[in-house]
Design a binder for this molecule. Sequence first.
Ligand SMILES: NC(=O)c1ccc[n+]([C@@H]2O[C@H](COP(=O)([O-])OP(=O)(O)OC[C@H]3O[C@@H](n4cnc5c(N)ncnc54)[C@H](O)[C@@H]3O)[C@@H](O)[C@H]2O)c1
Length: 332
Amino acid sequence: MSPVRAVVTGGCGFVGSHLVERLVERGDEVTVFDTGPMPSDVPHAVRDQVRPVVGDIRDAAAVRSAVRPGTDVVFHLAAVVGVDQYLARPLDVIDINLTGTRHVLEAAARAGARPVVASTSEVFGKNPSVPWPEDGDRVLGPTTADRWTYSSSKALAEHMTFAFSRAHGLGATVVRYFNVYGARQRPAYVISRSVHRVLNGLPPLVYDGGRQTRAFTHVSDCVEGTVMAAESRRSADQAFNIGSMQETTVGEAVRLVVDLAGAGVRAVPVDTGDQLGPAYEDLRRRVPDTRKAREVLGWTCRTALRDGLRQTVDWARGRPEYLALPDSGAGG
Ligand SMILES: NC(=O)c1ccc[n+]([C@@H]2O[C@H](COP(=O)([O-])OP(=O)(O)OC[C@H]3O[C@@H](n4cnc5c(N)ncnc54)[C@H](O)[C@@H]3O)[C@@H](O)[C@H]2O)c1
């Protein structure tokens, strides 16, 4: 495949930085649009190849300056992410996820680029009928609970993407990620927080008995699905679930982390109703149906949970600066 001119919004974040590495390593010309700096462990050989544009996605002119004419694809990952953030910054969640997506779509249309927009399993809310196919129903809680701002803003961003894409012939694609984990993820999610706590000698926290299930997806698989969605001719104007089909309880995932870290600690149970209040609502099961990604994109999740967790623990163990970060609260 010939080199691609790509823009990655949110390219300094967890998934975005891994995506940028993958694109640079295969010889693409990559612009990174983000408010923040690249993570310090992104190799110099990668960061030296990147054109950084520092800016806020809510600034349309700044987004246009990143998405120049001749851009082939815009990977739009910039967003406010994490349950702690939905509860603390609900207005920013809505504004950045919606206004930002609008600016990316407009800039892509102007530049003749194809948008690939990162969305989330959260759009399905608490639909009890798992596994969820791409056209599964959305089942949400009340608008008085800030917890649903992320799901709603991401779903509206999807609607905007499809409507805009059809109106302007952009061939946009939406990729819905399911519980991504791996190196560089801030310690605010069940895997990263458990790894961080255990390596700091603290017991991991297990919410509400740990029997809720997730489809933990290693970041390398997530990146591969995203790249394959951008390459496919058949993915235009469609959404794809990018997630593991291995349904795992949170309790089991935390036990694996403890085991791999070689720590003899016992998890501490947390009652989210008591600790986080009624705005927090945990989901019992979250499992994708990924047949469409397999059939249309040729993508499957390849990393076994144990292998992915081992890589994540090994990465974190050697990084005192990561272990010194504060552990940032709720989130699955
Ligand atoms: N990590 C997951 O498990 C997961 C699951 C589902 C969906 N997603 C989606 O994947 C994408 C990447 O998530 P992540 O986990 O890498 O999150 P992250 O928080 O690590 O990365 C988000 C990036 O967006 C940037 N950003 C935030 N606000 C911005 C703004 N106003 N202007 C410009 N840049 C801004 C941040 O600086 C950060 O680098 C997001 O769109 C998210 O909704 C992630």
